[in-house]
Structure formats: structure tokens, C-alpha cells
Design a protein around this ligand. Sequence first.
Ligand code: SF4
Length: 357
Amino acid sequence: MKKSRVITLGKVKIGGGNPPVIQTMITTPLTRKEAALSEADRALDLGCSVVRTAFKHIDELGGLQYLVANFKGEIIADIHFDYKLAIAAIDAGVSGVRFNPGNVGGADKVDAIIEAAKKRPELAVRIGVNGGSLDKNILKKYGGVTWEGLVESSLFWADYLEKEHDFFNFKISAKASNVSETVAACRKIRENSDAPLHVGITEAGGGKHGIIKGTAGIAILLSEGLVDTFRVSLTAPIEEELRTANMILKSLGILKTGGEIVSCPTCGRTHGKVIEYYNRLEAWFDEEKWWMKPNLKVAVMGCEVNGPGEAREADLGIALGKDCALYFEKGEIVRKFDDQDEAFAFLTEKIKKHWGR
Ligand code: SF4
């Protein structure tokens, strides 16, 4: 598989074997500039320094300028239809602009955006093709939205930027709401271009459905080395997107630090509240921003016979017994408790100590 080239998005390097960069998108309109900054700061606080915002109308320019001036990470302006907005965003100092060249009104408008972008070498462009904004001629050719259409449109514009403008600081996204189609589109684009890929499953939904659908697509692409940057698009607050993004990286061993919980599925041998303890631990892990903490694997197991052994790879954990609980480290029993709640409290204290809290 072709390796992507490196591009620059402000201070962030994307592609060429750099770790996949997590992005999110704020939902506060730029007309509420202080609230928009506060939402972007929440993302930064969760470790996400690349934040996209919809820039819909020139009336929002003041809000965009305010965000660029005050946000400590990288701002990407998301543009549809009006090429002048892209130019205004570039002039306002954003680190990136995302637009679909097929819906800004013709090649001369694309030319104008790229000429503006070339004056700012650290500014990255994203050719953002998705099912909802595909060029009319492509829709006609393929009889609707297809992954082949997404690929044709993406590669046409990638070629155009490179050959007509000698411009290479761009990435490509071709997102469908369907996992298989998105995966097929990304594979085909990488076969034909070394531009970094921005990946995600668009309109994936929310809750468990959205998380599973987004994860299914992104995990396949990550395992094939096709993800240079990504967003888990969810009908949910940015916290949910960022937790999920980090969980995907942790599960695939790409994120080497951070906390991880292992717990048994429970069975007829289970003694006590494994599910409750697991849920409490997960909620606490999230509050603690587990992905920003030192590496630590924690186990919650339902029986003292198999628990410590089954969770031998965990750094520390508890195994519940009949009216008791064992605290163990690396499979070795360290302490026995007659009260399971006390054992759980002891476990959380040990985690806090490990994480320097
Ligand atoms: S650890 Fe014990 S309780 Fe949990 S699933 Fe395995 S055998 Fe059952």
C-alpha cells in the first residue's frame, strides 16, 4: 500500500507515518464567539488540538477571527458553496480549510481558494467529498451517491490541485454513511494518491449505534494503515467523540499510554456486583480522562478461582469471592477483603496513586 506524504496543518504534521491525528468539530455557531471558544477549549482539554468549525456566512467572520486569536490549538474552517468564505477564513489565519471543490461553483473558484492557500505554507486544505455534496455530474454519471463517484471526484480534484497549481499541502476525505463504501473509497484513493487521508463515517448516528458504526469503519482503515487523521462523527457532545476516538486507538494498540479496563463477562460462578463495579470504574475513568494518563490495565473479575489468573496481564484488579474480594497485582493476590465495596474503594485508591492523584 502506498504511504501518504506529510502535510502541515499549523503546528501539526499529518501523514507519512505520523500517529493518526484525532479531530473533532464544535457545534456552537461562530456568532456566539465566546461559547464557541469555550467548546473548542473543552476539546483541547481532552487532548484534541485540531478543531473544525462551520463557517457559514461572512457575518460569522468576527467569531472566526476571535476563535483563531484565542484558541491554543488548530482551527479548521468548514466551508460549503461560497468560495469567498474559504478565502476570508484563510486570511483570518485558520490552520486549515475544508471544502468540496465540486460545490463551490467551478474551477475558477477553486483556483482562487488555492492561490490564497499557497500564500500560507502552514495552511492545509482538505478536499472534503461526501455523499451529501457530490458534484452533480458525478451523481448523474453513477446514478446517485456511490463510492466510485466519491473516488472519482476526490482524485479529479487532487490531480487538479497538484498539476494545475503545484499544490500538495492537502488531504482528502471521501466519507459515506456506509462503512463498506467508505472503506472501499479510501482504499481506492490511497492506491492512486499519496495525499493523506482524513477518515470517518459520516452521519453515523449517536449512542451505541453511532459508536459501533464509526468504530467499525475507522478500525478497519486504521488496521490497513489508511488513516492519517480522523473524526468519530457522532450525534453527541464532543466528549463522546473524543473518548471513542481514543478508545479505538487504545484498543488497536496505537495509543500506547492511558488506562484500560478488563472485566469478565460474568457467568454462573460470579460473586457480586461485577457489572456495577465495572460501570462505576468506567465512569470514573472517563472523568479522569484515562487516555491522557500513564499506561495502566485494571481488572474487575467475578470469581476468585479464575479471576486473578484470567486477568493475569492486568497491572492490578479485584476478583470477587463469596462474601469477600481479592485484590491482585499482575495475577498475584496481594490482599483479601471481607467487604467487596471496600476492595473496590481500595482498587480506585491504588489507581489514583499510580496516576499521581
Ligand atoms: S472470571 Fe469467573 S465469574 Fe467471571 S466469567 Fe470467568 S469464571 Fe465466570
